[in-house]
Design a protein around this ligand. Sequence first.
Ligand SMILES: *Cc1c(COP(=O)(O)O)cnc(C)c1O
Length: 376
Amino acid sequence: MRPLQMVDTKTQYRKIKSEVDAAVLSVMESSMFIGGKVVSEFAENLAKYHGSKYCITCANGTDALQIAMMALGLKPGDEVITPSFTYIATVEVAALLNIKPIFVEVNAQTFCIDPEAIEKAITPKTKAIIPVHLYGHAADMEKIMLIAKKYNLVVIEDNAQAIGCDYIFDDGTVKKTGTIGDIGCTSFYPSKNLGAFGDGGAIFTDDDALADKLRMIASHGQSKRYYHDVVGCNSRLDAIQAAILNIKLTHLDAYIAARRKAADFYDKAFAGNKSIITPYRASNNKHVFHQYTLTLADINRDKLNQFLTDNGVPNMIYYPVPAHRQKMFDAFGGKEYNLLVTDWLTERVISLPIHTELDEEQQEFIANKVLEFINR
Ligand SMILES: *Cc1c(COP(=O)(O)O)cnc(C)c1O
């Protein structure tokens, strides 16, 4: 059996090596390492893939979120409503800008922010909602957008884990996640569904004025070279990453299909087992399985984690500590929250290897080890 890994970027690379190597070499030959045609072409291709008017590339997904908050004019003291059950980057940048994250519950099935909890958390200081499409499953965007409209709030989608996910509205309209809110943010961290060979990120919007602001802020607040109108930062996707991503983008739909196939295999292997809750797939979106995350009903997660590790099966806990319980947020009243669903999930989730290169022999071994632990 081929060695098991949480993600297998090496095998994936080998399959497209000649394309990727040629693209990287051509950037090296051109000596255009920052900006240039390769970067703007990738931004255009990615905007087209998303059906988004603008795509602004930047250095990573965390920067994308920060630049989005800056462009929307969020100020110290403003409140943004976010899930606590997320990767820290979503909320860290708010804290960095002295914007107060207000942590709310997620839906126990979808792992995404609970729209009812959002509405209850709104105060006169609330300015934005930041849904996270966790593990590759979309948040309930139709309801979230209605709430945003009702209370005049902006929406920033954290789409770092769900690039390529189709969201289906009640009237049948289909949109990619990351293009539904005012701004969408994504990451090209190597293990993400569209992964670079280093760091990278992108921001999406359909709004002309916002696009200008986003671009300006990502580039030292420049309106034109050496004229700095607003306080910005330095956040760029480099040309080598853009060249690689341009090629990987042409494979993205096939990569998503491979992830779904792997998820289907696990679903079947665990079907009917009362101890295991397999990932829910709401009918209003098409899961892209950045992670394949089980919720354990009545077995000890940490013991399974240890058993799998001892038996050579990689597995991860995303995330062992929710944001509101991180020391970082003590100063933001993190300890005052009482998020029962979030705590419940934090103790029960476990993610199995899922990527584009898994074969059935590997998956059978992984599933059998999980079942061996449960049935012993
Ligand atoms: C990866 C990730 C980010 C941050 O992306 P980086 O490129 O690592 O900065 C933000 N939010 C979520 C949900 C992520 O998974």
